[in-house]
Ligand binder design. Structure first.
Ligand code: BG6
Length: 316
């Protein structure tokens, strides 16, 4: 098993009156999800199925920041349509010789909850999840017979959600993988939403042709039709800002060279059985951070780490 990036510390007790109230972490009675709530009301909820973040609430729990389809399957029968599914070890359709499903198996496998840790300095709470080769179904194991361990950490702050991943090759033979956070952001109105941080960046337009590299987008980038693009910003640390129009999400990346921007628009949403309401495309935008244009190669014993932080900033 891979080492956890941060070991859990004991949660502070409420015995001492000078102690600040501690974040609360609950496992649902059916053990299918973990919920973390800060004393100020902000919360996040992670399904063990896919380690899928299905809710992230800010503003004392008043504002939901992730879009979730009303018809999303959360019982493990299908990848969740909404929230933050995890894409690993392939992005999109796998090579024709492979039996892996679209976007890989991470989002359709049951992960283990490894524990929680808290920070008194900024009253955040971290949840850790793990997926290993031995957790896979026999079909997925046969489709990808590589020895691996993945640790996924979700840290909830007052106005931020930080997610990190460590992928380790636990075997002797080298293999390649892709990774992506398939983040469905909730936006007030797609027609008033724009992005900055991706202009001057050529992209692969997956609607027009998987192989076409288009001209850089104008500034700011608006979404006016079906959009499915893989951007490769020259600065892998650059901040992407999504103006919804209010609030705005500031997205910072670590070690993640690619950004996918996806909105199915009207016609495609109609054709997706798990996409409800049918006009929900007007209230969502997927801004997906990862490493998907080329596989990351890991020799036996090597590890790779990446991270995304989304911060909420009020416009004004
Ligand atoms: O329907 P899925 O498998 O969840 O994929 C949704 C979309 O995911 C995006 O990441 C891809 O770029 C799109 O091509 C794809 O349509």
């Amino acid at each position: 098993m891979v080492d956890r990036p941060k070991k859990p510390s004991a949660l502070p007790t409420s015995a001492g009156s000078s102690m600040p109230p501690a974040p609360q972490v609950d496992i649902s009675p059916s053990s299918d999800r973990v919920t973390a709530t800060l004393p100020t009301g902000e919360s996040c909820e992670v399904l063990l199925y896919g380690a899928t973040l299905v809710s992230w609430k800010s503003e004392g729990g008043q504002r939901e920041n992730l879009w979730m389809s009303d018809a999303a399957k959360v019982d493990g029968s299908k990848a969740v349509r909404g929230g933050i599914p995890l894409v690993f070890p392939v992005f999109g359709p796998p090579p024709s010789s492979s039996h892996l499903p679209q976007h890989g198996f991470a989002r359709i496998s049951r992960w283990e909850f490894l524990g929680k840790s808290t920070s008194e300095s900024d009253s955040s709470v971290q949840l850790d999840f793990g997926l290993m080769s031995s957790n896979l179904s026999p079909e997925m194991r046969a489709a990808w017979p590589c020895e691996f361990g993945v640790i996924y950490s979700v840290t909830l702050g007052r106005r931020s959600l930080e997610t990190r991943v460590v992928v380790r090759n636990e075997g002797a033979a080298a293999w390649e993988f892709m990774w992506l956070w398939h983040t469905y952001l909730r936006v007030e109105d797609i027609h008033q939403t724009h992005l900055t941080g991706l202009s001057s960046t050529p992209y692969h337009d997956r609607v027009a042709s998987a192989h076409l590299t288009s001209e850089p987008s104008p500034t700011p980038l608006t979404i006016t039709s079906e959009t499915d693009r893989v951007y490769h910003p020259p600065d892998p640390q650059s901040t992407i800002t999504v103006h919804t129009p209010a609030p705005r999400y500031e997205i910072t990346r670590e070690n993640l060279p690619d950004v996918v921007v996806w909105n199915p628009w009207e016609e495609k949403a109609k054709g997706m059985s798990d996409f409800e309401p049918k006009d929900g495309w007007e209230n969502m935008l997927c801004v997906e951070e990862g490493s998907v244009r080329e596989g990351v190669r890991l020799e036996g014993g090597e590890a790779w780490e990446g991270g995304v932080t989304v911060r909420l900033v009020e416009e004004g």
